[in-house]
Write a protein that binds this ligand. Structure first.
Ligand code: S3P
Length: 429
């Protein structure tokens, strides 16, 4: 994909449904009794992997793939059946980690694998707490990575209080989901609060689940019931249009129906710190999730420091925030974000390398990066490493850079945003 410097972006758009919420709606809908009707479901490759895994375990799911309405005909907590083959999660870490928690409580053995990227990502972080609960889960190659083999336990899993070493909603959710099958209550305490969609949605479907500070606590064996779930637009997808609107002179973009759950809205807080003109309009609630429209106007940005409790609330937006930092006056420091190294690619190395190729002085650090803003970006050949968030971040950088940029592996945006390039081109004047 080749992209050139763009004129102003103007108009309005609705971004696809939230990836984290779409995954959970399918998974938890499958564990509930009755039908769960999902609207504004994300038809991205990751969420389709979740659908295909649950279909393999006997759950009927109506999805024509064109509309964004999906019906999950759940069979209750004990309604899954043994799949014929290895479950394939594709590129999706959320599918593999959350499903690990669910599968540990099933009365059948199952193996799970995925693509080359997922086979390099750390699964020890879920294997450790699930093993403490008495689960029989192992990495087949002994590397702590997929493929994973999960065997049934003889008796129930044990409820535990797990102090998670990292703020990760995937670890937290895996343990809480296993907790549904445990003999007593289960809790997870995080260093900082990570996204809480699991807690909100399980509560809505009838689980006894609560949060005290940075601890989430779930009671076992609930009777979950199907619900209507309206998925908000994904703030992680909106982030690319926020950045485009801020960076390209003359731009004004209205992004409608964006989820602004406080455990996910860190990019809005960073926009404020950088002096960006982003207005939060018409805030409202769908189900238990907060939603609003975002009006973004081209702005002069200033560098800032991003770390601590803010990091889990914007972890997936850091690549595009790094692009924003290139256009800011002064230095931006991103720290406490070592988790970036174990995403779909090593996002510290890949961002630092690619931004350097475009002429930006960037220093990669152990837990983030330091970016000197204010240097003009020049077009380059960018290897996305098949990481959707890298491809989209550099598409935005390309529109604001001199000359032409070529993005290798650009089609990987299908993981979370199949219509991304169309939506982007639709706004360019
Ligand atoms: C996700 C949690 C985050 C995030 C990922 C989706 C989720 O991962 O990066 O894209 O849906 O729970 P971690 O839990 O590993 O931080």
């Amino acid at each position: 994909m080749k992209l050139q410097k763009a004129n102003a972006l103007k108009g309005e758009l609705t971004v696809p449904g939230d990836k984290s919420i779409s995954h959970r709606a399918v998974m938890f809908g499958a564990l509930a009794k009755g039908t769960t009707e999902i609207t504004h479901f994300l038809q991205g490759a990751d969420c389709l992997s979740t659908i295909s895994c649950f279909r393999s375990m006997g759950i009927d799911i109506d999805n024509d793939g064109r509309s964004d309405r999906v019906l999950v005909h759940g069979k209750g907590l004990h309604g899954l059946t043994q799949p014929k083959d290895t479950l394939d999660v594709g590129n999706s870490g959320t599918t593999m980690r959350l499903m690990s928690g669910i599968l540990c409580g099933q009365p059948f053995p199952v193996t799970m694998t995925g693509d080359d990227s997922i086979k390099k990502r750390p699964m020890g972080r879920v294997i450790t707490p699930l093993t403490q609960m008495g689960a029989d889960i192992s990495s087949l190659a002994g590397t702590g990575c997929a493929p994973l083999l999960i065997n049934p336990v003889k008796e129930a899993l044990r409820g535990i209080n797990y102090p998670s070493p990292v703020a990760s909603a995937q670890i937290k959710s895996a343990v809480l989901l296993a907790g549904l099958y445990a003999d007593s209550k289960t809790s997870v305490t995080e260093p900082y609060v990570s996204r809480n969609h699991t807690e909100l949605m399980l509560g809505m479907l009838g689980a006894d689940i609560k949060t005290v500070g940075t601890t989430a606590i779930v009671e076992p064996n609930p009777s979950l019931h199907g619900e209507k779930i309206v998925v908000p637009g994904d703030i992680s997808s909106a982030a690319y249009f926020i950045a485009a609107g801020l960076l390209i002179p003359g731009s004004e973009i209205l992004i409608k129906n964006v989820g602004i759950n406080p455990t996910r809205d860190g990019i809005l807080r960073v926009c404020r710190l950088m002096g960006a003109d982003v207005q939060v309009l018409n805030p409202r609630n769908t189900d238990s999730e907060a939603v609003s429209d975002l009006l973004v106007r081209h702005s002069e940005l200033k560098g800032t420091e991003i770390g601590g409790a803010l990091i889990p609330t914007l972890i997936d937006e850091l690549p595009v925030i790094a692009v924003m930092a290139c256009f800011a006056k002064g230095k931006t420091i991103i720290k406490d974000a070592a988790e970036l190294k174990v995403k779909e690619s090593n996002r510290i190395d890949v961002m630092a390398h690619n931004l350097t190729m475009m002429g930006v002085p960037v220093t990669a650090t152990e837990d983030g990066m330091i970016i000197e803003g204010g240097y003009p970006l020049k077009g380059a050949v960018i290897d996305s490493k098949l990481d959707h968030r890298i491809a989209m971040s550099f598409a935005i950088a390309a529109l604001a850079a001199e000359g032409e940029t070529e993005i290798l592996g650009a089609e990987c945006v299908n993981i979370s945003y199949p219509g991304f390039y169309n939506d982007l081109h639709g706004l360019i004047q």
